[in-house]
Ligand binder design. Sequence first.
Ligand SMILES: Nc1nc2c(ncn2[C@@H]2O[C@H](COP(=O)(O)OP(=O)(O)OP(=O)(O)O)[C@@H](O)[C@H]2O)c(=O)[nH]1
Ligand SMILES: [Mg+2]
Length: 546
Amino acid sequence: MEELFGNKEGLKPSENKALQGLYHRRVPADRWASPELLRRMTELSREMNRQVGVLVDRLGVVEKVIVGDAHQLFIPDLGRQRAGAGRFRGVRLVHTHLRGEALSKDDLTDLALLRLDGVVVVQAKADGLPGGTEYAHLLPPGAGDIWRTEPVDPYTWNDDFSVFIKDLEAQFKPSARDVDRRDAAVIVSVTTGNAQAAKRSLEELERLTDTAGLRVVDRVLQVRRELDGRTLVGAGKLKELVVRCMHLGAEHLIFDQELSPSQLRNIATETDLKVLDRTQLILDIFSQRATTREGKLQVELAQLRYRRPRLAIMPTAMSRLTGGIGGRGPGETKLEINRRRADERETRIEKQLEEISDQRAMRRERRKRVGLPLVAIVGYTNAGKSTLLNRMTNAAVDAEDKLFATLDPTSRRLRFPEEREIVLTDTVGFIRKLPKDLVHAFRSTLDESVEADLLLVVVNVSDDEAELHKATVEATLAELGAANVPRLIVLNQADRTHPARLRTLALAWGGLAVSGLTGEGMEALLERIEIQVFRGGLPRHVHPET
Ligand SMILES: Nc1nc2c(ncn2[C@@H]2O[C@H](COP(=O)(O)OP(=O)(O)OP(=O)(O)O)[C@@H](O)[C@H]2O)c(=O)[nH]1
Ligand SMILES: [Mg+2]
């Protein structure tokens, strides 16, 4: 016996059996529905005073029979089975209405959110025969509207369904001109505040998405008076987003705001898309880029912590919620484990990280004993920290126009006249809304900056957002407990900054203008470092050699 779906409460055994009988009906593959099927459905519907529906697949087979009450019908969970990005579900819903209602908002929502091939509604007349009939389907990109409805005569309706659906899907397919084969993503920001700031942050999210290996195909910014507690964006917007993703062949929906565990769950289950937030994206980038054992452990720890509350709320669907991007990264396979194992793993990593951190501290001690002051290069991601290290020490650290190019800090010795030396360390960049767990997971790496004798705070002053970047860096340093470490502001990328702006900022911040790329200002910078470290009183940790 095939299973019946929906609201089965109060169904008599005979009614149950009659409904089961619908599983034996077949629709010709090239028809939306057959007059016989429609008639049987309206008949049953009228007898039971309930809506009756069937999901029909592309071969014309009745996949599911659903029963509702007099007013509505709930479609059961259809799982994630779809032919692919930008494709439809492969089933259409055919169902009855009892009170002459036209296609309802619910029907159209199902159409969009479930990506049904189409929805057919047929009125069950008082005598049990089919009355007014209508169908609806989603519209391809550029049609101006999300969907279209069309009335038909249930007795003579002979539109070719298989041709129709093939055409429609072809119009939904991302164009073949697209040579970029990376997975497509739609990025979204919802704000109750300043739209301009949100837009900038969204632009940054686009760069992050790109770094993570996804292709941004659309950006959506919604300004709302209030955030929606359930799904962050409103219900209408969410529906639009799903259709947008379908039009563009995007499987990923990425939010600039951190989603609460329940928001993540709600959006993921309602849209059937891979849902990520900024935090998860950053974690994903980190997991792709970490190379040292320490870096990998740190990322895994942060991922475990991010996932824990989400694991609790949705224990069975973890891979779907937090599979990240293609499930890459060091910790990825281990993340499928259950919660208890996750806790154990977390404790183990914390211990291992402690050991590594101790070794690091010992190395620092040793350096201090031999009298080597430590200078750390800190700053917003992509500010030019690694370029500066390379320029100053002839190192060959990877420097590129990418967010988070550096994850594992590199240290180099730098000689000054009179046999004096410092150790110069490159560090992980900071970013706005940097997840707290990540900051803490990277504690041991970032301790390099906390314990430094001098911080070179590198700011890319050619960026419109330089002020915000600097403030973000200061805030993160304070969070790390490095608020009181002496610092030198480095106004980097001077070569492509307007001189007037350069002067204003240099005055305001008391910093030095340089270019890591051209080397301009380098001598002055070295001199300032020398003065601060060797002449402006002894470095914090260096004891006089008597
Ligand atoms: N024009 C110009 N470009 C620069 C300068 N300094 C760095 N860049 C460029 O900016 C980009 C980022 O430089 P990186 O040195 O990788 O920046 P970073 O701060 O180490 O970045 P992360 O490690 O990703 O946080 C690269 O494309 C550099 O070539 C500069 O002074 N002038
Ligand atoms: Mg770098």
